[in-house]
Design a protein around this ligand. Structure first.
Ligand code: TTP
Length: 190
């Protein structure tokens, strides 16, 4: 298998690709992540993953014909999309909303070569036990939650509050590895 471009600035996504031994070069892109009016969470993450992949494919820093892989992760409470908190107060508000209930983590992955794109969506259900305000404030004393959808990282200290997950651990972390493997295998078969 050839190497791929990873259209992402997320250190978690790079770490996850390394975990399954995929050769990659990072090619982060910057796109507008504003949701469209009445856009469903599923449509939103898939659209962003595809836009990130296309932006990287069209980037002049790309010198090899390798496939481009991009992903987007959002935390969803009902129909509310929780992205990355802009500041500590927003993070605390998100944690109060997440406390004592389940939410969904959607991660869309897109593999792109030119106009050919393949996308897939991973949906996981994550349950936080009830959190006291003291626990929420203690978490937000640290720097962990800012660059993460929903303001938490399952791979960090937030794990102590997560009592159930139904879905893909790597998907919650930002890159569902079974989906990546499947997309790459389909690609190799074409
Ligand atoms: C829910 C959750 C999210 N995250 C992270 C994964 C993503 O980096 C981030 C979601 O934001 P994204 O916008 O999907 O990704 P990003 O801006 O970090 O990187 P890029 O667009 O360049 O690919 O949240 C965790 O690390 N752990 C978690 O448990």
């Amino acid at each position: 298998m050839t190497a791929i471009y990873l259209a992402s600035a997320s250190p978690r996504r790079a770490q996850l690709l390394e975990q399954i031994g995929i050769d990659y070069q990072v090619l982060p892109v910057d796109i507008d992540e504003t949701p469209q009016l009445n856009e469903s969470p599923e449509h939103y993450v898939c659209r962003l993953a595809e836009e990130k992949a296309s932006a990287a494919w069209n980037d002049t820093r790309r010198t090899e014909p390798w496939p481009v892989l991009a992903a987007d992760t959002s935390v969803v409470l009902g129909s509310i999309i929780l992205g990355k908190p802009a500041n500590r107060d927003e993070g605390i508000t998100m944690w109060r909303q997440l406390s004592g209930r389940s939410h969904q983590v959607l991660t869309a992955v897109c593999l792109c070569v030119g106009l050919k794109k393949r996308s897939a969506l991973s949906v996981s259900e994550v349950h936080f036990r009830h959190l006291s305000d003291e626990e929420i404030h203690a978490y937000w004393q640290r720097d962990e939650g800012y660059d993460k959808a929903g303001g938490y990282g399952i791979q960090g200290t937030a794990a102590r509050y997560i009592d159930r997950i139904d879905g893909s651990y790597s998907g919650v972390m930002g890159l569902p590895l079974h989906v990546v493997d499947q997309l790459l295998q389909e690609w190799d078969a074409t």
